[in-house]
Design a protein around this ligand. Structure first.
Ligand SMILES: Nc1nc2c(c(=O)[nH]1)N[C@H]1C(S)=C(S)[C@@H](COP(=O)(O)O)O[C@H]1N2
Ligand SMILES: [Mo]
Length: 400
């Protein structure tokens, strides 16, 4: 096995980590206006490609190129709890610590791994869907008349990208993992998240060691490029198939533990809450099945034969079939799946020929089933934070 031979810089203090990585303002009274002026997102998010939600930006499905399988990094949605930090490669190190490391390491001292250290391990590529837990949230209101909290995404908080990095299991094997380690908490280097007067601290979320040993990736690249700052430069965690919050950007630390860890991101947020849900509902992990047309809502179509395209995806595996309805759900027919869909690890592209679109308003629907047999329901289950809107969407179009 390859050994990382990490630089042993000892335990970095919180101040040292923050100072080395963020654009730390020099003094309090000058910092406030300067920070207020700093953008939430650094890459351009023009209205032709994005809906701007301030800290967040949603990809417009109408702007998706039907011929491109991967989502270009410049077009990928952005979900920030605060704002994109600017971190240099030279100032970056990943801190790994906790009683779940092999006893020789667990005694207290944290490991500090540079990108060079990590890049000595075998490189690994993985194509996967990245999707926000709240994707489709606006449809709770639009389609089910229910009020929920959170960013009112339609269906564009999703993309498929090819990650480049190292497998987390290789990193852990090289460091040495305790046999009874169960939980790992990933923490970001972005500013602490403050909401409703509560400071929740840095964005961080624990996940089971089993996922770390399965397909977790520490990624520095997307679609063959370095990560953009907005997507986690210089390094992010990727937990394929899981809710977007699991893939911590600007990865600052991994705490490896022999006991189950918790954070507000798996107790307060990103679990189901509301009258229908038990108070101890589990943290959300695997994403559901969803579908989208490559069309704007209320798209205008000409009244002549047309081929419509869309994509379906699931956190649990490949898509095995997609049914579509062009008459508001009265009749259904199979969509034609892209012939590559059996190999692709991300979403599945599909198309349907609409032979005689008649002038007027129509609702078109797409309903996918994944290889595990999970089918999109006709109604999503209400929860107060609007997660997992996986119902079949009634997509309005107008034929003229
Ligand atoms: N450090 C950090 N990691 C984070 C977040 C964040 O705000 N801070 N947002 C999470 C959420 S909710 C989602 S959906 C994804 C979004 O990834 P993207 O902005 O690269 O599309 O990042 C996750 N990782
Ligand atoms: Mo998210």
């Amino acid at each position: 096995m390859t050994s990382i031979a990490p630089t042993r810089r000892g335990f970095l203090t919180a101040a040292a980590v923050a100072g080395a990585t963020a654009l730390a303002p020099a003094s309090g009274w000058r910092a406030a206006p300067a920070r207020a002026a700093a953008p939430f997102i650094l890459k351009p998010t023009p209205p032709a490609y994005f809906t701007d939600f301030g800290t967040n930006a949603e990809m417009l499905w109408s702007s998706v190129d039907p011929k491109a399988y991967l989502t270009p990094q410049s077009r990928l949605f952005v979900r920030n709890h605060t704002r994109t930090p600017q971190i240099t490669r030279a100032g970056y190190a990943l801190r790994v610590y906790g009683d779940g490391l092999a006893t020789s390491r667990a005694e207290g001292e944290a490991l500090s791994l540079t990108l060079d250290d990590l890049q000595r391990l075998p490189h690994h590529e993985h194509t996967a869907v990245l999707e926000c837990t709240g994707n489709g949230r606006r449809l709770f209101k639009d389609q089910q008349g229910q009020t929920v909290s959170g960013t009112a995404w339609t269906l564009g908080a999703v993309g498929t990208v090819r990650w480049t990095g190292v497998r987390l299991r290789d990193v852990l094997a090289s460091i040495g993992l305790a046999p009874d380690a169960v939980s790992i908490e990933a923490a970001g280097l972005d500013d602490p998240f403050v909401s409703g007067g509560t400071d929740y601290g840095r964005v961080r979320r624990p996940f089971p060691v089993s996922k770390a040993l399965d397909d977790a990736v520490l990624a520095w690249g997307m679609n063959g490029e370095d990560l953009l700052p907005d997507h986690g430069y210089p390094l992010r965690l990727v937990l394929p198939g899981w809710v977007g919050i699991a893939s911590i950007k600007w990865l600052g630390s991994l705490e490896v533990s022999r006991s189950a860890l918790t954070s507000p991101w798996n107790t307060t947020f990103y679990r189901m809450t509301g009258p229908e849900w038990p108070v101890d509902s589990p943290p959300l992990t695997v994403n559901p099945v969803r579908s989208a047309w490559e069309l704007a809502r209320d798209a205008v179509l000409p009244s002549r034969p047309v081929t419509l395209t869309g994509r379906s995806w699931s956190g649990a595996g490949r898509i095995s079939r997609v049914s579509v309805s062009l008459d508001g759900g009265t009749s259904w027919r199979p969509a034609v799946l892209d012939r590559r869909s059996r190999q692709d690890e991300g979403w599945t592209r599909w198309s349907v020929r609409w032979g005689n679109p008649r002038p007027g308003h129509h609702e078109i629907l797409a309903r996918a089933t994944d290889e595990r047999g999970r089918t999109q329901p006709l109604e999503a289950v209400f929860n107060t934070q609007g997660y997992f809107f996986d119902a079949v969407v009634r997509h309005p179009v107008r034929v003229v």
